[in-house]
Design a protein around this ligand. Structure first.
Ligand SMILES: Nc1ncnc2c1ncn2[C@@H]1O[C@H](COP(=O)(O)OP(=O)(O)OP(=O)(O)O)[C@@H](O)[C@H]1O
Ligand SMILES: CC(=O)N[C@H]1[C@@H]2OC[C@@H](O2)[C@@H](O)[C@@H]1O[C@H](C)C(=O)O
Length: 396
């Protein structure tokens, strides 16, 4: 019996020497959609990927406000959640169609889209309160809408397989980091400072069993929340407000005492834990509710730097390592200067120092994961599940 047209096309795409793919990332900062157009050759450790084009479409305030109603909330309007699942899928599709027009690329030239979706809740078992339930995470923005509207095969919902195979559904960065970032004789740390900060340790002997990838703690999420509340700004551009304040040591100590920081590795978290409620509680226990708001911003920014520095010193020492930073936090001069100052033996640059655009890294990761879903083999890395992730949505 002949294969139907969807499977026929799938096989044709899988047999190609080179694929044109779109990777999509909409992260926990809710700032916008990263669309990375990539050319990919091969698979696994032989993957060669070139970023052809990148655009970040900032979300309009009205859209952010809608998503915020369900984002990281223990209680939310189920109708709104249901509507947003379809709405985000179609909205992302429209943004892709527009980006392709701008780039003068016909949708028929693109082999596949790999979509992360929008995380609305992340609930590793260590973090939620429901006995008898395991790890769980929820990304919405259904990919059937993307596939049908763009006419392009779409691979999505990567995190569920990771959980089904024993992981926490995140971080997935290591799968891309080992493929693109590992170098013989050069121990590296690839740090992404998005809403949450996560890192991948790539040992210089390139033993995949020694690779570690874990969330470290809040990246920009507390800084953004405080900026919004106290300064009516979405984020602290360049870390300017933090530079104008002085970190409060008592508050810093209270914030640093969250149990997440001493839990076993690898571990994951999100704004479900690291939010303004957590900051206010720490202010209460440390009797710092009345500190200057610039000092509060400085404290939250130092916290982001300090948990990264403490983690690196405790787990990898302080010498002969190259640290490459990506994500929006790489544009926060206060954080970058803090890392350089507090890790004197380590070379700290953003990931452009290793040939990867720091704003594109996560969207590229999903393009890579989509490529692996099509033509890869499960990879044993650290104690992470060796699985191929992602679900297929056909256009017709
Ligand atoms: N010029 C800048 N100065 C300071 N901070 C910045 C700047 N540009 C971006 N950021 C910070 O980076 C954040 C966005 O980072 P990014 O897009 O990497 O996060 P994300 O992908 O949404 O999060 P995650 O990776 O945790 O899912 C912004 O919300 C802001 O806090
Ligand atoms: C559940 C979820 O969306 N987690 C994100 C978030 O943003 C950063 C950090 O927390 C990381 O664990 C993950 O994203 C990246 C892309 C990852 O999986 O590697």
């Amino acid at each position: 019996m002949p294969l139907n047209h969807n499977l026929q096309k799938l096989f044709e795409i899988a047999k190609k020497d080179e694929r044109l793919a779109i990777g999509l990332m909409s992260g926990t900062s809710l700032d916008g959609l990263d669309i990375a157009l990539c050319r990919i050759k091969g698979s696994g450790m032989q993957t060669r990927i070139t970023l052809v084009n990148l655009t970040t479409i900032a979300y309009p305030e009205a859209f952010k406000n809608e998503v915020t109603q369900v984002f990281a909330k223990q209680q939310a309007d189920m109708e709104k959640l249901c509507l947003l699942n379809a709405h985000i899928g179609s909205y992302h599709a429209e943004l892709i169609v527009q980006a392709l027009k701008d780039w003068n690329i016909a949708p028929s030239e693109v082999d596949f889209i790999a979509s992360h979706g929008q995380t609305v809740y992340h609930a590793p078992a260590r973090q939620h309160k429901y006995k008898g339930y395991g790890n769980a995470t929820l990304q919405i923005g259904d990919a059937d809408h993307i596939a049908v509207t763009t006419g392009i095969l779409t691979i999505s919902d990567f995190r569920q397989k990771h959980i089904a195979a024993g992981g926490e559904g995140a971080p997935l960065a290591l799968y891309g980091d080992v493929l693109l970032g590992s170098r013989q004789g050069e121990p590296r740390i690839l740090l992404n400072i998005g809403g949450i900060a996560n890192l991948t340790w790539l040992p210089g002997d390139q033993h995949l069993s020694k690779v570690l990838c874990t969330d470290v703690g809040p990246g920009n999420t507390l800084i953004d929340a405080a900026c919004k509340k106290y300064f009516n700004k979405p984020f602290d551009a360049g870390g300017e407000i933090a530079f104008a304040g002085v970190a409060n040591e008592k508050l810093l100590a209270a914030l640093s005492s969250n149990p997440f920081f001493t839990q076993d590795l690898p571990k994951t978290t999100g704004p479900e834990v690291f939010n303004l409620h957590y900051v206010e509680q720490a202010q209460q226990t440390s009797d710092t509710l009345d500190i200057d708001i610039k000092d509060l911003l400085a404290t939250l920014t130092v916290l982001t730097g300090k948990i990264i520095v403490d983690f690196i010193k405790a787990n990898f020492g302080n010498e002969d390592i190259k640290l490459f930073v990506s994500g929006g936090g790489a544009s926060n001069r206060f954080i970058m200067e803090y890392l350089k100052r507090e890790l004197p033996g380590i070379s700290v640059t953003d990931t452009s120092g290793m040939g990867i655009n720091p704003d594109a890294k996560e969207a590229i990761l999903f393009a890579l994961l989509g490529n692996e879903a099509l033509v890869g083999q499960p990879l044993n890395v650290g104690n992470n599940p060796a699985v191929l992730m992602g679900k297929f949505s056909f256009a017709g």
